[in-house]
Design a protein around this ligand. Sequence first.
Ligand SMILES: [Fe+2]
Length: 385
Amino acid sequence: MNNKKIKLNKNNKLRILQVSDTQDLHNPRRAMLKMLDSAYDLINPDLVLLTGDNILGNHLDDARFGTRKVIKTREGSLRRLKKAIGHILKPLEERNIPFAFIFGNHDDMNAFSKDEQADIYMRYSCCIPPYDPKGDVGCGTYNIPIYSSDGKSVVFNIWMIDSAGHDDEGKNGYEYVSKEIVDWYIKKSEEQKVANGGKPLPSLMFQHIPFPEITRMIMEIPQKEKGCIVRDGRYYKLDPKQARGVLSEYPCVCKENFGQFNALLKQSDVKAVAFGHDHLNCFTGRLGGIDIIQTPCASFRCYGNDERGVRLIELDARDGEICYTTKGISYFDIFGKGALSQLRFIMGADEREKQKYALLFAAAAAAILPICLIHKKRKGLKRLS
Ligand SMILES: [Fe+2]
């Protein structure tokens, strides 16, 4: 278990990489693994945050093709679970990158509780434990103090918030931030304020499912226009006064609201909240003085679009005050839009079935055509002789 402090580096910066919705199985898509490997090597992050739906927990036992259950025992299922988690964590472990994680709605839709899954994550030496030892709000809600580069003082904080889960049988789910968690946040935030000389400790917050207020950044428009989305026959886009980026699906938000956003406004320690869950959306905006960050999926097994990738958030404390910058880094930012990159993307991505079949058909036609031509030519020569 990694108990070392997360510190600003010698340039008083910290590179945080948000990796969300990797959502894959024991036999993951190579395109995603290659993308993550390259992202880690290119960006060299100081901390990686896995923000939920780290595995496709509800399809652990399925056959390679289709959804027929082929694993019938808990032991068999556990083996697949460990493999699925291992594929995501081994690249971090190999590079000695500290990581933290929260769960999403897909992680524990199976026979294994979040606590049982957390035990698997925590066997990796770079894992930051997903519990607040004094908190009692369960697995997946905790904070990570960020220390000054000399390690003497806490200068920043990261909140990791649980927004989804299931009962022990993986059946009855919840998709919200509970009142207990909101109360825990307020209490902890107050404690940090006292320890910080009466000033709110600047923070970032990460959670899987967006809180409902995120929809305030979306506006309905009277008619269809380029880049808008359609929902129930009505058209929507990001409100340009509040947000910019890509909106390709209407946000699927927490189903209940226990006042989390209002608590953030009141405590005024959180500079930005970063979400996952909505695979197709990649945008940033500002709501009531708090920055909102939406990160698309990294998964190639589940639905996605050309935004597929990761997000870099870089803290910078050089001028005495900590500020941050952020940018989404897509698969195509990493590999470019060359033919090989496009081909790997199409063949790896689940929703590109039509293009896959078109490519396979073209390849088969290209292979068969010369044979047909030779055959025809030989027939012609026989007739002549
Ligand atoms: Fe999700």
